[in-house]
Design a protein around this ligand. Sequence first.
Ligand SMILES: NC(=O)c1ccc[n+]([C@@H]2O[C@H](COP(=O)([O-])OP(=O)(O)OC[C@H]3O[C@@H](n4cnc5c(N)ncnc54)[C@H](O)[C@@H]3O)[C@@H](O)[C@H]2O)c1
Length: 375
Amino acid sequence: MTDVRIGIIGGGLMGRELAAICGRWLHLVDHPVRPSVVAVADLNPAALEWFRQVPTIETLTDSWQEVIDDDSLDVLYIAVPHDAHEEIYTAAAAAGRDFLAEKPFGIDLGAAERIADSIQQAGVFVRVSSEMPFFPGALRAYEHARSGALGELLEVRSAFLHSSDIDRDKPINWKRRADTCGDIGVMGDLGMHVAHVPLRLGYSPSSIYALLDDIVTERPAAAGSGEMVRCDTWDNALITMRGHAGDRAFPMLWETKRIAPGNMNTWMFEAIGMDGGVRFSSRTPAYFERFRREGSEQIWEQVQPGNISAWPMVSGAIFEFGFADALLQMWASYLAERAGALGDRFATATVSEALGAHRVFDAAARSHSSHRAID
Ligand SMILES: NC(=O)c1ccc[n+]([C@@H]2O[C@H](COP(=O)([O-])OP(=O)(O)OC[C@H]3O[C@@H](n4cnc5c(N)ncnc54)[C@H](O)[C@@H]3O)[C@@H](O)[C@H]2O)c1
């Protein structure tokens, strides 16, 4: 086991998740590396304060440059608001740092392209965060689609639906402002999750037509505040396109919604073909569904794969898998791939997949404003 020292830039919601993951690394069986979070940079003193309880912490700083310059670190995790991605990701690449980038990988397509260039020039190992496909049922659905068992594809749907914004009294934050979240709004927030599996399956998109919806247009400036401020990001995005696999072009739908009543945090993937189909939703994480024909019968069956993850865990196969496990598996994948030990296991999203996703979001924004499909 090799020790990997990690520096976090952006110790908010996701930075804390990584510290918690490293604290339970023993959950994994025979992983080649042992990571620990040793440094954190954040502008907010309260965010830094939380990390004092992490036993491996050596450095807490308000300077992201200090973390980038720290030669004792092996890997960075950069989890800051989208308007800070380009500056910090390109600086990390220029300094020769390997890192896990948070989505959407730049505030817009131009930023994503410049970040990708800096990574290519520096030759550093970078992957992009997308943990939901690591649910065992999602992995099995992906494998089934990849196997060719679906035959000619008829339709693919990929969605991330939550209701984080259904409460009109929820105060504004950086994710709800275009200048900090990006003009692509919810697509920047949830889109990478929706793009990862279709792009990994090689379903290349064309002819993008999108309907974007800004439903809640103002929010309280702070909790309990009477002052209302503009909330100018897209809440929901419905992106239709043609997916291409081999000679076949088929309808593909990517949905990202912050207001999807009845959905707390639902990630789903569905692909239907002439010979078979497959469907997984994180609402029903214990099983995935598989379609097949037997004679004249058409059968949708529920398959319970058990708690069999990409990287083996000490938890028994009959136990249940959750969000924190998906994040643990994503980090296990990133660090194993970096160590050259991933084998044929499912890999974290690549820079080119993040760029592919951004191209779709950019086309979707242009489609919405021009009311036409964009190729
Ligand atoms: N993979 C996922 O499931 C998932 C979930 C949520 C968010 N995210 C992504 O993670 C990133 C961060 O989101 P979050 O929810 O953790 O946000 P957050 O607001 O909870 O945390 C961001 C932190 O970055 C700090 N920060 C801002 N500018 C900084 C700077 N210049 N230098 C150092 N620190 C700075 C803030 O003070 C804050 O503590 C975003 O890219 C977001 O899209 C991913």
